[in-house]
Design a protein around this ligand. Structure first.
Ligand code: SF4
Length: 74
């Protein structure tokens, strides 16, 4: 497992992360900001996730795609 964190307060909703890695990231229906998909959220926190190892590269690519560098993996 790898940990994922998104500083949602700084998200500009550009969509790069969920386009790059929709297995881990998605747009929150209420505020339009990035969140970890529900399946991998920790205690229902949209900004914190635990993901399987085989999705770590995908999540890291999404982190690299984020223009404001607010996604942290591992
Ligand atoms: S790539 Fe970054 S700024 Fe864009 S939606 Fe994802 S977390 Fe937000």
């Amino acid at each position: 497992m790898a940990s994922v964190n998104v500083d949602r307060d700084e998200c500009i909703s550009c969509g790069a992360c969920w386009s790059t890695c929709p297995e881990v990231f998605e747009e929150n229906d209420d505020d339009g900001l990035c969140q970890v998909v529900q399946e991998y959220q920790v205690d229902g926190d949209p900004s914190e996730g635990e993901i399987p190892d085989d999705l770590e590269d995908c999540a890291a690519d999404a982190a690299d795609s984020c223009p404001v560098e607010i996604i942290h993996v591992g």
